[in-house]
Write a protein that binds this ligand. Structure first.
Ligand SMILES: N[C@@H](CCC(=O)N[C@@H](CS)C(=O)NCC(=O)O)C(=O)O
Length: 222
């Protein structure tokens, strides 16, 4: 399999696709492009049936090239084809809850996305809107509630590492850049996810990058 991704410093959606494969040790090769450049657009234009965005997963199966775009679709595909369903919790009730949380993350939190772009190398001060404060409070509440409910089963949101953690992976990387801390239980979870070996690998690789993507630079240096 091949995964097309953007800059590790900035590309939240790329991180999800990459983490989904890395966390479960699924072999793949990666091609990385610099976001917001002509080269990026030209490379993605080679796959007209996809969305022109990263991550884009290409699975070469029996001579056929299967394209999967959109980070959540990639998670579902990997879960179904390579993990025998292990990407979601085991019980139907927990799966329903996990899918609700993953979908809420995937389709919402617009204010955080706009005002706190992932920028791993930055340490910045930002003035947040009320909508962003509400997004942060909702995440704080979700993480506290889930940790409370599943703490006996492991350190992640549903106990064992799952697609829900993959979906929140960029969020735990975003907050330290802007000095945002949560309640102790939620913060402990964020720290656990940041220290997952695959997250640390992404972070280390991001430090080798020097490209600047202006639209993802927010706030003032501290
Ligand atoms: N819903 C998509 C969003 C993907 C997305 O917006 N990717 C950004 C990179 S973080 C991108 O490719 N932007 C390039 C562009 O829009 O030209 C997903 O979940 O994968």
């Amino acid at each position: 399999m091949e995964l097309l991704i953007g800059n590790k410093n900035y590309s939240t959606w790329s991180l999800r696709g990459w983490l989904m494969l890395k966390a479960w040790d699924i072999p793949f090769s990666e091609q990385q492009f610099v976001l917001d450049t002509d080269d990026f657009r030209a490379q993605l234009a080679k796959y007209p049936q996809a969305a022109g965005k990263v991550p884009l997963l290409i699975d070469n199966k029996d001579g056929d090239e299967l394209l999967v775009w959109d980070s959540l679709a990639i998670c579902e595909y990997i879960n179904e084809q390579y993990l025998n369903g292990k990407g979601w919790p085991a019980s139907a009730a927990d799966r329903a809850r996990a899918r609700s949380v993953a979908a809420e993350m995937h389709s919402g939190f617009e204010a955080i996305r706009n005002e706190l772009p992932m920028n791993l190398r930055a340490r910045r001060k930002v003035v947040l809107s009320e909508a962003a404060h509400k997004n942060i409070a909702r995440i704080n509440q979700l993480w506290n509630d889930l940790r409370e409910a599943y703490k006996a089963q492991g350190p992640y949101l549903f106990g064992e590492f799952s697609i829900v953690d993959v979906m929140f992976s960029p969020v735990v990387f975003r907050f330290p850049s802007y000095g945002i801390t949560l309640d102790p239980i939620a913060e402990e979870y964020a720290e656990t996810l940041r220290h997952h070996p695959a997250m640390q690998e992404w972070l280390e690789l991001s430090k080798l990058e020097t490209d600047i993507v202006n639209k993802d630079e927010a706030g003032e240096d501290i």
